[in-house]
Design a protein around this ligand. Structure first.
Ligand SMILES: Cc1ncc(COP(=O)(O)O)c(C=O)c1O
Length: 365
């Protein structure tokens, strides 16, 4: 029987929310017997000093966290050579991405992203009733600058670039990003989620250009995806406007403490980053020998085109049956690819052993 009260409630939803199907419960977290290489986490334990800071923060659990994330913003400003007014802190960089959409977009507006790119942006654009312009890259390690400046993307409210890019792992020279900032009068959101695995970064652009907003996260390179720490760096006026529309007490006391101690102990992660770069090259070579075509990566993951005969979805399912989780994207340009996060040597050995077994069984069949 139709529930009249529920229908009346649902009729009050905004048009955007009405068009989306209600989310059913998500997938349960895979147990520890799975090798999880599908969401680009960093599987190493926290350095002891960072761990101790997190435990100490639990003793302040009964207090609200500090207003406006002040100490964390100050610590980030000191670490990155900025002023605290140039820094916003959030529950991961995805919170700050969400604020940018809320601040800049009204229904009917458009936003432009280098494509293929971080798919969460497509959902954010949809939630704001905005048109999502995906600007394809003809060359993998360079920007589609002219397409951003001319054509439909010219009227976009902001431009999104992830560098290194997800899911390709490609890296565009900072000089090219700088040329786009010079020539465009639009906000360019430079998402550097994976920059600690790359040869350069765009931090120096923040004080040079008022139309850049740099995003950083501690989820990928500092092993805190579950604690949720991210930052935005930009002009104080822009950052102030985003802080204005942020939830009160958005981060928790553990996020604050971990963020501050990661910033103080970044050097303790050098071995972790060196390991990931090393494994990335080892797995690239091994996959290439097994017939995969791997895009050279500057991130903590690889985009690998699977050998002819099966598509990415097939490989993802075959690997999952052997308890190896990798990512697959249904988009046309990515359907023959899988994305594999780089983890510990043992995890990568387990992944390569299963890929090798599957390849052997396909040769026999
Ligand atoms: C390009 C990019 N940006 C931002 C994020 C969000 O990271 P977080 O919200 O964990 O900081 C991700 C996560 O996968 C990503 O790939």
């Amino acid at each position: 029987m139709a529930d009249a009260k529920l229908q009346s409630v649902l009729s009050c939803l905004s048009q955007v929310a009405r068009e989306l199907d209600p989310l059913l419960s998500g997938r349960p977290a895979p147990d520890a017997s799975y090798v999880k290489l599908n969401t680009n986490e960093n599987p190493f334990p926290l350095p002891t000093m960072v761990w101790d800071g997190a435990i100490a923060a639990l003793e302040r659990q009964y207090l609200y966290p500090e207003d406006d994330n002040l100490s964390l913003r100050e610590a980030a400003a000191n670490a990155y050579g900025l002023s605290k007014d140039q820094v916003i802190a959030g529950n991961g960089s995805s919170e700050i991405l969400g604020l940018i959409y809320r601040a800049f977009l009204a229904p009917g507006d458009s936003v432009a992203m280098m494509s293929p790119g971080f798919s969460f942006n497509r959902k954010l654009a949809m939630l704001h009733g905005a048109q999502f312009l995906e600007i394809g890259c003809k060359q993998t390690h360079s920007l589609p600058t002219e397409e951003f400046l001319l054509g439909p993307a010219r009227d976009a409210k902001f431009i999104l670039l992830a560098n290194p890019n997800n899911p390709t792992g490609t890296f565009v020279p900072i000089a090219e990003v700088e040329r786009l900032l010079e020539r465009s009068d639009r906000l360019v959101v430079l998402d550097e989620a994976y920059v600690d695995f790359a040869p350069d970064n765009g931090l120096r652009l923040v004080s040079r250009y008022s139309n850049v907003l740099l995003l950083r996260t501690f989820s990928k390179s500092y092993a805190t995806a579950g604690i949720r720490v991210g930052f935005g760096f930009g002009h104080p006026e822009l950052i102030g406007r985003l802080r204005n529309i942020q939830n009160v007490f958005n981060m928790n006391v553990i996020g604050h403490a971990v963020g501050i101690s990661v910033l103080a102990h970044r050097a303790a992660y050098e071995e972790n980053h060196r390991h990931i770069r090393h494994e990335r090259e080892r797995v690239t070579t091994a996959l290439s020998q097994l017939g995969f075509s791997v895009t050279p990566s500057h991130a903590n993951f690889l985009l690998a085109r699977v050998p002819e005969g099966h598509n990415g979805r097939w490989w993802q399912a075959a690997l999952e049956r052997q308890k190896i989780l990798v990512a697959f994207f249904p988009d046309k340009v990515l359907e023959s690819c899988i994305r594999v996060s780089i983890g510990t040597s043992q995890q990568m050995d387990a992944f390569l052993a299963v890929v090798s077994d599957i390849s052997a069984s396909l040769r026999v069949a």
